[in-house]
Ligand binder design. Structure first.
Ligand code: ARG
Length: 460
């Protein structure tokens, strides 16, 4: 029992298999920076409160900074028998500076220490993720502004429905990512709460100053119940939940980019630099990036389910089960950061196939609703108008015609109210530009929205 900080109560060595099974160091070494940052703050507080001497604190802080350098230079030897990052660093500290290093853990437990480390880690990562969402939003708006005149079919049930501006479609995703950003900002409020001082579960006998630690580490609040503080992983669950919604949005966009770059749709082309080929079929250019993002959505959903299940029914306060929180959390952070980064780059390279889109939007009877509205304008009730245009569409399908190339007298067989101006009325551009209400697809409205977003971006 040479090297275990908790060896006092034990007679026998830990079984090798148990050591390996219970260790979290291969995963939680990632928290070394936060662990050291938290320890430095804790140590300065101990000195300030007179629990250790200032000279001792200085030696401890110097030792911790040295360990940080060792880790960053790849010189630190992580030891699985020391279980986790907290004990690895503490043991090294004692080896480095002697028994005084053993004073660092006064008034602290690994239970509040790990809670602090994860919160510090997540706080930084959420900041990075919000930056990446902002970059993605920016590339979407730029794409929308640069391609303001392109009309595409809008779909419901993946059946052609009504013409919309491609920019309007892109801005739909802008709004989704805007909400994602808001969700992460909101999660951050609950992450940014300082748990240290809760110790194992009950608080501590020492006269510590928790608010001072919070101030040193830039936390706005401290936790108010020691049992909750060490037993809580809601903030990680909320984070993965916000990530799952973000991935769901990315998976929808991915699905559409994949469909639209098929020969059959042919609306867009993804850049060569973002596609890969096939080892057997020479003609292939595959949309691997959106496909993988779509696939990785499953990972993040799985991580959410995993952490929810780890926490389910756990009695208060800390249980070792909770050590299983880190892998799903880290994997979620890695997955969403990589997906956001590659997406903001890929969006910039999408090319629209303008000629193809011009042909496509003429088909599919997408201005049939406009035709019905035309009759309503001429005094018919909407239901009757719907029925008449439905018959006209049926006639077109049978005779392989488009509504726009029926003659006036053909149209008048369905309603006498049709006059020559109907042809202008059902042009796709006019259909789009008549949707001139806030939130509608008229060019005027979309440009207004782009200007609004660009203004907000300048201010943020
Ligand atoms: N490695 C542990 C974890 O990640 C740290 C807390 C351990 N506490 C304990 N009493 N075993 O959850």
């Amino acid at each position: 029992m040479k090297n275990k900080p908790w060896s006092g109560r034990f007679e026998k060595e830990t079984d090798k298999l148990v050591e390996e099974f219970t260790a979290s160091i291969p995963c939680d070494k990632r928290l070394y920076k936060q662990d050291i940052e938290g320890s430095i703050a804790h140590c300065l507080m101990l000195a300030r409160c007179g629990i250790i001497k200032m000279a001792e604190a200085k030696r401890i802080v110097r030792g911790l900074k040295g360990i940080r350098r060792e880790i960053e230079d790849g010189k630190f030897k992580f030891d699985i028998s020391l279980e986790d990052i907290h004990m690895n660093i503490e043991k090294r500290l004692i080896d480095k500076i002697g028994p005084v290093g053993g004073k660092l853990h006064t008034a602290r437990s690994r239970n509040d220490q790990v809670a602090l480390d994860i919160r510090l880690y997540l706080r930084d990562e959420i900041g990075e993720i919000i930056k990446l969402i902002k970059i993605l939003k920016k590339s979407i708006v730029r794409k929308a502004r640069d391609n303001i005149d392109i009309i595409m079919p809008g779909y419901t049930h993946l059946q052609m429905a009504q013409p919309v501006l491609f920019s309007h479609y892109l801005l739909a995703y802008y709004d989704m990512f805007e909400r994602d950003e808001q969700r992460f900002t909101d999660v951050l409020k609950r992450v940014n709460v300082m748990p240290l001082g809760s110790a194992a579960l009950a608080g501590t006998n020492y006269p510590i100053d928790r608010k001072y630690v919070a101030k040193l580490l830039g936390f706005l609040q401290i936790t108010t119940n020691s049992m909750d503080a060490v037993g809580d992983r809601d903030f990680s669950i909320e984070f993965i939940s916000a990530s799952a919604v973000l991935m769901m949005h990315l998976s929808r966009l991915s699905e559409e980019l994949i469909i639209w770059s098929t020969f059959e749709f042919g609306f867009i082309e993804l850049d060569d630099s973002f596609c890969t080929g096939s080892s057997i079929m020479p003609q292939k250019k595959n949309p691997d990036v959106p496909e993988l993002v779509r696939g990785k959505t499953g990972r993040v959903y799985g991580n959410l389910m995993s952490l929810l299940t780890v926490m389910k029914s756990l009695p208060l306060a800390y249980n070792k089960d909770m050590q299983e929180d880190k892998e799903p959390l880290f994997d979620t952070v890695d997955t969403i950061k990589a997906s956001l980064l590659i997406y903001s780059k890929m969006i910039n390279t999408i090319k629209f196939k303008r000629e193809r889109l011009k042909d496509v939007v003429k088909c599919g009877f997408m201005t049939a609703t406009d035709m019905a509205d035309y009759l309503v304008m001429k005094g018919l009730p909407f239901r009757g108008a719907h029925e008449m245009v439905g018959k006209a569409v049926f006639y077109c399908i049978k005779n392989n015609r488009l509504l726009s190339d029926l003659t006036l007298s053909e149209l008048q067989r369905f309603s006498k109210k049709f006059k020559r101006d109907i042809f202008n009325y059902i042009k796709v551009e006019n259909s789009v530009n008549r949707k001139d209400i806030i939130g509608g697809t008229a060019k005027k409205q979309v440009l207004k929205r782009i200007a609004e977003i660009e203004k907000a971006m300048k201010c943020s």
